[in-house]
Structures are given as structure tokens and as C-alpha cells.
Design a protein around this ligand. Structure first.
Ligand SMILES: Cc1cc2nc3c(=O)[nH]c(=O)nc-3n(C[C@H](O)[C@H](O)[C@H](O)COP(=O)(O)OP(=O)(O)OC[C@H]3O[C@@H](n4cnc5c(N)ncnc54)[C@H](O)[C@@H]3O)c2cc1C
Length: 380
């Protein structure tokens, strides 16, 4: 008779590995992965040092249904995840006061997951094609044959970085079982420019600390002018909330324009940004670089535009540069405590394939790991 696994995990990335690591080893589990190695994204993440969690995590760091994310983070917190890796020998380093990275590189964290899953059967170079269910058994059709399981876990991630293995198979499987997919799009990604901002290109390489207002959120951080548009942490986070239309950027967050006006110094000497940027902004505002004392009312109101600059991106740099995919399987159709589908018994979804997206700072791995741990508790 054909073999029936207890659990088949589709996708050997962050959430699939964390699940396999925490499953009862007496129950037969199979991981199916089409890359030639497990954990490809983990390895390149965080610039090679994997920002695996954050000292401060709450639902406001996510674009997600509050109750759903809160329930998962309550079951398995950032502290639990940090301790999980530390207990297994991971050395961490903290950046920006609360982001936790691997001190020796992402490989250290991946090695822990690989060690914990060494007894789990893995099929590499094996592409998942489709899934059916009949009489309580899931049938997984792949490029290397047909596999059967009692429990099926979809941990195939989002659409970002196809070169690291991303595909739309998770959405296809979910749809085939009647799930709703919230339209996916690239997130944690830079913005491209409309012709009105083509002057930004001249500023390529300059980084400024700014405040961005987007969809009722105020985000603080650095913006980097790039060849194709704008990027940098504050822009990547803005892309999570941006829905078309404009953002408002304060390029001079620490400056009150009124306090500059009595100075005899020129504008370019007063503004605390690189001269190249001041010149480009003044050209855009059609302002001469003159003594602040000589500014007319109209000059002052134009200068103040730099504190609420309306910027409408043309689009984003797309999936090839995006760290994550926002949108995905509607979490109203998923049990938060177990990650089981409310539509199909013994079918589970973890990580980025769900409609939960975190900001920059380790929030996406936190969710991938925490959702996997909730599911492991259910399956054991
Ligand atoms: C460059 C980069 C850097 C990042 N850095 C960070 C960071 O520092 N901190 C952070 O929190 N987040 C980071 N992220 C986001 C983070 O990597 C993801 O959110 C996380 O990996 C999601 O985990 P997952 O298990 O849901 O999906 P993944 O880790 O993407 O795993 C999905 C797996 O499924 C496999 N798969 C897909 N389709 C098929 C198929 N048809 N057949 C077989 N296998 C398939 C894939 O190959 C992959 O191995 C980064 C992302 C990128 C692209």
C-alpha cells in the first residue's frame, strides 16, 4: 500500500523548518522543497545576518487583522523565539536598540534549524504542482511523484525573490480549497518616480532622516535616493501601507522654518542637509539661494513645502527587490490558535503565504516562526 505520512510540509523555508523542528519525531513528516537547499531566504536575510526577531513586537508592527496576530504573538512571543535560538547556542547582536540579528551570520540560525530537523525526511529539487483531498487523505502531486498525508501544511511563502524559490503555489492550493486571496503585491520595497520627481535621481546616494505620513501613519527613519527612485528603511516601511496616491514627506523634521528667518545666512547654509540636496530642492521650488532675512512671504511658504512634500510614487521596484509580499490568504478563514483552515480539516497555512505582513525589523521572521510553533503544538 502507498505510504501515508502523518504530516507533509510544503516549503522548506523559515516557517516550514521551524514547524518540522518542533514536531514529534515519532510521527512521520516529509518536507517538500523545490530549491536544492533548505532555507534559502533565511541565509540571505538581514544582509547575511538574519534579523530574526525584535525586542519590541506588537500588532502595530503588522499590516494584519489585529486579533489574529495578537493571538499568535501571545502564544509564542518574540522572547520565546529569541530564547529558542539562544538555548541552542545562537549569539545575537542588537541593532537600532531593539532589532536582533545573528552575530556570526544567518548560517548560524539556519544550522540550528537544520540540526533540529536532521531526522525529518526531505525531498529537495521537488516542485509542488497541485494538491487534492479524498477520504481524509491529501494527495500532493509534485515533479518527483505523488505523496500522501493525513495533515498538510502549506508554508510556501510569498512572491518576492523568485530567484530564491518564491512561487504562487500556496495561493493556488488555498484557492483550490475555496480560500479567499487578498490581492498580493510587493512590499518592503523602494518606490519608482513620476516625471515630476525625476530630479530625485540627481540626489542618488544621499540619505536623509525624514518623517513620512502614509495612510494615517507617521513613520520616521532614513530615506535613500537611488538611481531608480527612493528606498531606505522609512520608504520600505511606507510601501507596506501605501495604497496608491501620495505620501507626505517632511525632509526637515528637526527644523522650524520660522526660527531660521532672522538669520543673515543663506538658505543652503541653514538647512541641515547636503548642499547638493538643498540646491535640487531650491531649483524644484523655484527659489534662489539667498539670505534668510530676504525671503518674501511667498518664498517662505514655498520653503515650507519641504516639510510636507507631496510625493506620489509611480509604483514600486517590484517583486524582484521586495523583501516580502503583502496580501495573501484571508486570515478570517484560518484558526489563529492552530493555523488550521476553517474550510478544510487538517489543512494548515503558515508564514508569509497568509495575509500578515510585518514592518522591517525582524517582524516577518517573528511571524513565520510563531505561526509555525502554534501549528506544531496542534499537530503534536
Ligand atoms: C532579501 C530578503 C531579506 C529578508 N530579510 C529579513 C530579515 O532580516 N528579517 C525578517 O523578519 N524578514 C526578512 N525577510 C522576509 C522573510 O525572509 C520572509 O518573510 C520569511 O522567509 C517567510 O517565511 P516563509 O516560511 O513563509 O516563506 P519562505 O521562507 O519564503 O519559504 C517558502 C519555501 O517554499 C518553497 N517553495 C515555494 N514554491 C514552491 C514549489 N512550487 N515547490 C516546492 N517548494 C516551493 C520556497 O523555495 C521556499 O523555500 C527577507 C526577505 C528577503 C527576500
Amino acid at each position: 500500500m502507498a505510504k501515508v505520512y502523518n504530516n507533509i510540509i510544503l516549503g522548506g523555508g523559515a516557517s516550514g523548518l521551524m514547524l518540522a523542528a518542533n514536531l514529534d519525531k515519532k510521527k512521520e513528516t516529509l518536507i517538500i522543497e523545490h530549491n536544492s537547499k533548505l532555507g534559502a531566504k533565511v541565509l540571505v536575510s538581514g544582509g547575511g545576518r538574519c534579523n530574526y526577531t525584535n525586542r519590541r513586537v506588537n500588532s502595530s508592527n503588522y499590516l494584519a487583522k489585529k486579533d489574529f496576530i495578537n493571538s499568535i504573538l501571545k502564544s509564542f512571543s518574540n522572547r520565546y523565539i529569541d530564547n529558542y535560538f539562544k538555548r541552542r547556542g545562537l549569539d545575537s547582536v542588537t541593532k537600532n536598540s531593539h532589532e536582533l540579528f545573528c552575530k556570526g551570520g544567518s548560517k548560524d540560525l539556519l544550522d540550528i534549524l537544520l540540526k533540529e530537523t536532521r531526522d525529518t525526511e526531505v525531498k529537495l529539487n521537488c516542485k509542488i504542482l497541485s494538491v487534492d483531498k479524498s477520504k481524509d487523505i491529501f494527495f500532493v502531486k509534485t515533479s518527483c511523484g505523488l505523496y500522501r498525508a493525513k495533515n498538510l501544511v502549506v508554508a510556501t511563502g510569498g512572491l518576492s525573490f523568485t530567484k530564491l524559490g518564491a512561487s504562487d503555489i500556496g495561493y493556488k492550493i488555498a484557492k483550490s480549497f475555496g480560500h479567499t486571496i487578498k490581492t498580493p503585491s510587493a512590499a518592503l520595497v523602494g518606490f519608482t518616480l513620476q516625471p515630476s520627481e525625476s530630479f530625485f535621481k540627481e540626489l542618488s546616494g544621499i540619505s536623509l532622516d525624514v518623517v513620512v505620513k502614509v495612510e494615517n501613519r507617521e513613520l520616521i527613519g532614513s530615506l535613500l535616493f537611488a538611481h531608480r527612485g527612493v528606498t531606505g528603511p522609512v520608504i520600505l516601511n511606507s510601501s507596506l501601507y501605501w495604497q496608491k496616491g501620495h505620501l507626505e514627506i517632511d525632509f526637515l523634521p528637526d527644523i522650524n522654518i520660522e526660527t531660521l528667518l532672522n538669520s543673515g545666512k543663506s538658505i543652503s547654509n541653514l538647512l541641515p542637509i547636503p548642499k547638493r540636496a538643498t540646491k535640487a530642492f531650491l531649483d524644484k521650488l523655484n527659489l534662489k539661494d539667498k539670505s534668510a532675512k530676504l525671503l518674501t512671504k511667498s518664498d517662505i511658504s514655498r520653503l515650507k513645502e519641504l516639510k510636507k512634500y507631496k510625493f506620489a510614487p509611480a509604483g514600486t521596484f517590484g517583486y524582484s527587490k521586495a523583501e516580502v509580499t503583502k496580501g495573501g490568504i484571508d486570515v478570517d478563514e484560518i484558526e489563529a490558535l492552530t493555523l488550521e483552515s476553517k474550510k478544510v480539516k487538517n489543512l494548515y497555512f503558515l508564514g508569509e503565504v497568509l495575509d500578515v505582513t510585518g514592518e522591517l525589523g525582524g517582524y516577518n521572521f517573528t511571524f513565520a516562526f510563531a505561526s509555525a510553533l502554534c501549528c506544531a503544538k496542534e499537530l503534536n
